[in-house]
Write a protein that binds this ligand. Structure first.
Ligand code: NAP
Length: 280
């Protein structure tokens, strides 16, 4: 059966990949973003109903993060509108180990819609499509918490899982945790990228305060500085949040992508060949 599926954040790291997979499977996909038509803007609830109209399922990617003030109210408004518009199921992308995000998960779980929750570890693609790309290009990855071990997950794996559970109702009511196959420190991740790219890239351990000061000095807004501080202390500061999950393997019947494979496929895109000024 072919569905009409709204993919919120459909131009982002996981959303764009979910769109590709759903299109390949012949579903009718509508992208929800500030630049789509109709436009969807989390900050403007009047855009929710036009984006949901005529859809029967939705992938919900909140931006910038379910932990920020205002996220709960937005998720509540969106799920209420989705129920009124007759959607039958939603899949929420959530953050593994984020207590604040769990409040949003509960809203979805109690919304009256069928749902699957997908809790993701930090993405590999932060180093090639996100906040850490500039560090890699500058050859110096200066980040706090050198001892933290993180089960980085590949956005392709998340998209494979999301594209499956969006249309497979056997996952209704479930919470899936998606991680990579092993935990890695920043130092190990940087070594792997240096080896795979042949570029000189070093890891520089700094304190959380130094990291936040650096962001402020680069002119990043206070809300962004707060969010990164929260994510580092809340998610990486708790060893329970760093466990490897078998859910990618269970849903897809194959191993989760290793960070080394991510580096190989990313090298071939050329994204790490550019040169750029470091701003963070
Ligand atoms: N990155 C990670 O490591 C990670 C890990 C776990 C969970 N997550 C979760 O993943 C989600 C996405 O994070 P991300 O940083 O990876 O971003 P992303 O999905 O790569 O990109 C952002 C997407 O959101 C859209 N967007 C931005 N502002 C918007 C707004 N005001 N209204 C509607 N759409 C908007 C963008 O499209 P337009 O610019 O066209 O509007 C784009 O499609 C967050 O909820 C985060 O908590 C991320």
């Amino acid at each position: 059966m072919k569905h009409n599926i709204l993919v919120i954040g459909g131009t982002g790291k996981t959303g764009s990949r979910v769109v590709e997979r759903l299109n390949e499977s012949g579903h009718h996909v509508r992208i929800g973003s500030r630049n789509s038509s109709p436009a969807f803007d989390w900050d403007d609830p009047s855009t929710y109903v036009p984006a949901l109209k005529g859809m029967d399922r939705a992938y919900i990617v909140y931006y910038p993060d379910l932990a920020v003030p205002g996220a709960r109210e937005a998720i509540e408004k969106l799920t209420e509108a989705a129920l009124r518009e007759g959607l039958e199921k939603v899949v929420l992308l959530s953050g593994k180990g984020e207590k604040e995000a769990e409040a949003c998960e509960e809203i979805v779980a109690n919304s009256g819609l069928n749902y699957t929750l997908v809790r993701a570890s930090w993405f590999n693609q932060n180093f090639s499509e996100g906040a850490f790309l500039e560090f890699v290009l500058a050859g110096q990855v200066a980040l706090p918490m050198p001892e933290a071990e993180i089960p980085f997950v590949d956005a392709d794996d998340i998209a494979d899982v999301v594209a499956r559970v969006l249309v497979d109702d056997t996952y209704n009511g479930q919470t899936l945790t998606v991680t990579g196959p092993r935990k890695m420190t920043w130092g190990e991740v940087v070594e792997t990228m240096a080896a795979g790219t042949g570029r000189e890239i070093k890891y520089l351990p700094i304190s959380l305060d130094e990291f936040k000061e650096g962001m402020k000095a680069a002119g990043l807004p206070d809300s962004y500085v707060w969010l990164f501080g929260y994510l580092f202390s809340e998610v990486l500061g708790n060893p329970h949040n760093q466990e490897v999950s078998a859910d990618v393997q269970q849903v897809l019947g194959r191993k989760a992508t290793d960070f080394r494979e991510y580096v190989e496929k990313t090298v071939s895109t050329g994204v790490w060949n550019q040169s750029v000024q470091q701003t963070l």
